[in-house]
Design a protein around this ligand. Sequence first.
Ligand SMILES: [Ca+2]
Ligand SMILES: [Ca+2]
Length: 468
Amino acid sequence: MKRLIIFGIVMALLLIIAATLATSISGEVIKSTTKETILFGDDFEGYDVGTFPSSGGWELWFNGAGNEYQIIMDNVSASPTKSLQLLGLDGWAAFAAKRFTTNALKIGFQVNVRVNETRGGVHDNARVSFTRWISPCISREYAPVVFEDDGTIGSNGRILQSYIPGKWYKVTFILDRPSDTYCVWIDDVLCGENLNLTTTSLPETEHPSYEIEAFSVSQCYNHIMVYFDDVKVFTVPTLRIESIARTPMAPNYDEDVVVSATFTGDVEVDQAFLSYTYDLTWYNVSMSKADSMSNATIPSQPYGTLVQYKIYANDTNGNWVVSSIYSYSVSDLIPPEIVEVKWTPEEPTQNDTVKVAANISEPVDASGVSKILFSFKDCFGQWWNTTMTYNDASDLWNVIISQQPHNTTVQFYIIAYDNAGNTAVGEYYFYTILPEFSFSAVLLLALASITLTIMITKKARLPNKSCL
Ligand SMILES: [Ca+2]
Ligand SMILES: [Ca+2]
């Protein structure tokens, strides 16, 4: 029995390792636990009941129903015994904030929130957000997560989920400052992903997130008891993939593609990979660093192949980041090659048709020959166009030129097209039609020749009288 248990444990471990390796090899988005750096945390256990937690650096920016209500309580808590209570008024919030400073690109908070009751009013019951002080009566909140009086939790006009009075909810909020987008989790469930950051001050676009100076919890304006506990404000060391480029931009079928990128952010890159696919499989290549760039190569692919690629990397904290997916379609920018053009017979007469055969070449990965145009000038000086026919057996393109009268000079040339629209114009060729002798003409010519020979011979045998 013991052996069986050990065997089971070993098998389970092997399966986990195999699953991990499979994830790595696939090149798909790899999620790992985000390691954060905590700027401050507070469970409100270190304060006296009935006091405001000023000693912990909290500030009561607006005092709602009165200072006496904005206090530490020990009859309600998420953990273990105490929490911060806030109570607002209609038109005047109870608003507690704690300042912090960071230049981190990605910042977040987490807080437990409990609303005592809902009444269906128009104001909200509890808010948690990053904040900036504006004036003694105004703060600017950055996309606050709001517990509405209708029993919903929302942010930026979007309902994330509903909530029940008297129950604790853990809100996690992570803001990406360069893109001004954020994500929200309620009880560790992602409810809002990459939402655009807005603020409660107008115009929204004029308040960059680097102006954030505090984290705040508030109750405005329903005069309903709300509680906050287990606050945590943190930064997420962030690696960024930037300046993604490829060379060449429009790769030919015979060209490798070098993909390059730079890695920036507030943490060092540990490993970087180029992941690409031209079928259903993603292939991963380690990127190598050259100066400020990291490069990796996608091997040349046949014409028309759609290649998709992305870059992913992890930082020295083990956090992974993945780029968007980019793509290109492999080009063919090279015309077909006209290797050889021949015709038979080479010296045709007016009784011959002439067969022209052309050897046209395209590399294996190129787009291929689409058609061959044959253009020739006949006995009337008229140019004609036709297409040549491909012959599988000979791997040649053929056309037949009809019989032409004696003395005609036939001219022709060909234009080769490939499937990518490239054209190659060949040189001009020409031949002249020779006269064809009939059998009787040849016979007469032969007789005449024989007669002439005899006459010359006889004349040669006569005595030279002058020599007698
Ligand atoms: Ca507590
Ligand atoms: Ca081509």
